[in-house]
Design a protein around this ligand. Sequence first.
Ligand code: B12
Ligand code: SF4
Ligand code: SF4
Length: 348
Amino acid sequence: MMSADPSQMPTAPRPAASSSPPPSFAPHAAPTADLSLWIKQTALEIGFDLAGITTLAPSSRPDYIRDWFNSGRHGTMDYLQRHAPTKLDPQTHWSWVKSVIILGLHYDPPENRTLSSPQPDGNNQGAIAAYARGRDYHRVMAGLLKRLAAAIRSKRGAGFQSVAGVDATPLLEREMAARAGLGWIGKNTMVIHPKKGSWFVLGELLTNLDLPLDAPMADHCGTCTRCIEACPTAALTPYQMDASRCISYQLIENRGEIPPALHEPIREAGYLVGCDICQSVCPHNSKVVPKPNSAGAPSRDGTIPLHAVLNWDDQQWDRMTRGRATRRVKLPMWKRNAEILLGHRDPS
Ligand code: B12
Ligand code: SF4
Ligand code: SF4
């Protein structure tokens, strides 16, 4: 699947210059609009599915984000709170950055995209969220970002500077992607493209190029509330998430005990790692044509037998998770998650 034609993307006016020092490199060989178009087209040729350009502007929702942390909706993700000042105003950390090239990379959607919750079958299988199947998207994305940076350097010369980021970088990637017109932030808090849905991950190149900016797009959620109704743990309110209630957080990020009140909804959802439910029910994902060879391709190991997980040792965990995003889930967490799905961990 190819992305939207970047030449058709609207551009937005550049905000007033930040307090950052003058650029160490000013593009000169081609007008910046041509360069911007060339970069986005090159990104698509390299293998990205979406590309847009924005700045490291401060968050437009600082009060919401501070309140999000102050009310503990980040759960035990202390690193997120430590990153908050940089996320809220990243230009203070990367003062030399003039433009951010933000990129989207599709991954294979789960097979039963119309099902709101993939139940473990009679053989007691647990589901792996779609983004975490196959190769670790962080590695795939890092390789593609390196290629894009090399392509730009070969066109623009050694004065081109860039830093690549994926996921753990202290940036609000969704807010940047929405600002760059890759999609809008939906009621399920995902960045959604009207034609391409939300089955994509994000990465970025922070650069010293002064490029024209792309414009954000309109919200297409309308009156729909499917994701909010389908969330098994009531983690969503429109455009907001209580991550401490989210199954994905509990299974992947929480290294301690999962609150017993969430065991039953987790069992009903049937996931061992991550959760796809609020994306699976989104009408904007029903039109998406799966693209072979996307971020985590090939899509495999969609389910794993729960009893096998209970018997894993360190070597088996290593073999099953090497080079995959599922490695973030440590062995005791895999066992904890499997026990919850099997009903072995409920308080008596
Ligand atoms: C921590 C984290 C999580 C946590 C918390 C998620 C959350 N909603 O905050 C948990 C573990 C629950 C999680 C789950 C998932 N995650 Co996650 N996660 C992150 C991470 C590392 C940081 C997010 C963060 O800072 N959260 C703090 C909150 C306050 O910020 P935010 O949600 O990003 O953005 C909010 C504000 O910016 C504000 N806002 C700002 N401007 C505006 C403007 C408007 C109009 C509105 C309405 C709101 C708004 O509202 C936003 C939405 O809540 C990002 C990577 C990154 N560096 O950004 C990936 C990231 C967001 N995750 C991603 C993915 C794929 C997932 C999962 C689908 C994985 C899975 N299948 O299990 C689920 C999806 C759950 C969901 N519905 O969001 C992708 C999302 C790609 C996309 N298309 O949107 C990211 C960008 C990683 C990546 N590099 O691709 N994730
Ligand atoms: S990922 Fe699952 S638990 Fe988390 S908000 Fe979406 S539906 Fe709810
Ligand atoms: S399910 Fe409906 S409300 Fe939720 S993100 Fe998709 S369109 Fe928006």
